[in-house]
Design a protein around this ligand. Structure first.
Ligand code: URA
Length: 206
C-alpha cells in the first residue's frame, strides 16, 4: 500500500480509538501534510480549535507555526504535522503518561511510514520521546541523531510555538531555530551533530 493509504488507515483507527477517555472530545486530530515530506513536526496535543476542525495547529499557535514555516520557504502542506496526543485533553491540561502511551503506536507508525529525514519536536513532551531527560532550554535548535525503531533520524527539539507567544525571548529563539531546519535540509550536518552527540555523552558521564 502506498504511504497515503497507510496514513489514511491509521487516521481511521485514531477516529475509532477508545484507549483512553479523551476520545470524548469533539474530533480526533490524526495529523496532516505531505506523506513524502522530509520534515515531520510533532506537537503536544490538539487544543480547542484543532479539536473542532480535526486538524493540528489551526489556532493561534498554528498561525505562528505557519509563519515560521513560511519564513523558511515552506507551506504547511509540504511538511507533516501531528501531535503526541490525537484528542484534546480537557482545558488543554498537560498530557498524562497513560494518554501518551495510549497514542504512542499511532505516532510510531506514522514515523515509520513517512520516514522523514528530520523530526522537529515542538515542546517538551515530544522532545522527551526522543531525548528523555533533556532540557529544552539547553538543546533547543540543536540537531541530534536518534536511532528509533531501526532507523536513524535527525531530531531537532524546538520550543513550542505557544511558549513563544507568551515570551518574547523564546519568540526570538524559535525564529532563529527554524532557520536551522533549512540548513539541515540543504546540507549534510553530520559533523555538527556527531559533535553534539559526543558532548551529550560526556555530560552524562560526569
Ligand atoms: N498545540 C499543540 O501542541 N498542537 C496543536 O495541534 C495545537 C496546539
Amino acid at each position: 500500500m502506498a504511504k497515503e493509504g497507510k496514513l489514511k488507515r491509521i487516521a481511521a483507527q485514531i477516529e475509532k480509538c477508545r484507549r483512553c477517555l479523551l476520545w470524548k472530545s469533539p474530533k480526533a486530530v490524526p495529523g496532516t501534510g505531505d506523506p513524502d515530506s522530509e520534515v515531520m513536526f510533532i506537537g503536544e496535543a490538539p487544543g480547542f480549535h484543532e479539536s473542532r476542525q480535526g486538524l493540528p495547529f489551526v489556532g493561534v499557535a498554528g498561525k505562528l507555526l505557519d509563519k515560521l514555516l513560511k519564513d523558511i520557504g515552506l507551506e504547511r502542506n509540504e511538511v507533516f504535522i501531528c501531535n503526541m496526543l490525537r484528542h484534546r485533553p480537557p482545558g488543554n491540561r498537560d498530557p498524562l503518561p497513560e494518554e501518551i502511551e495510549a497514542c504512542r503506536s499511532f505516532l510510531d507508525e506514522q514515523i515509520q511510514i513517512i520516514k522523514p529525514k528530520i523530526i522537529v519536536t515542538l515542546g517538551r513532551f515530544s522532545m522527551n520521546k526522543f531525548l528523555p531527560g533533556e532540557k529544552i532550554s539547553r538543546i533547543h535548535g540543536q540537531a541530534r541523531y536518534v536511532d528509533f525503531l531501526g532507523k536513524r533520524y535527525i531530531v531537532v527539539p524546538m520550543y513550542h510555538p505557544a511558549a513563544a507567544l507568551r515570551n518574547g525571548r523564546i519568540m526570538e529563539e524559535i525564529k532563529e531555530d527554524f532557520q536551522k531546519i533549512k540548513v539541515f535540509l540543504e546540507e549534510n550536518p553530520e559533523e555538527e551533530i556527531m559533535e553534539k552527540n559526543r558532548e551529550d555523552k560526556q555530560l552524562k558521564l560526569v
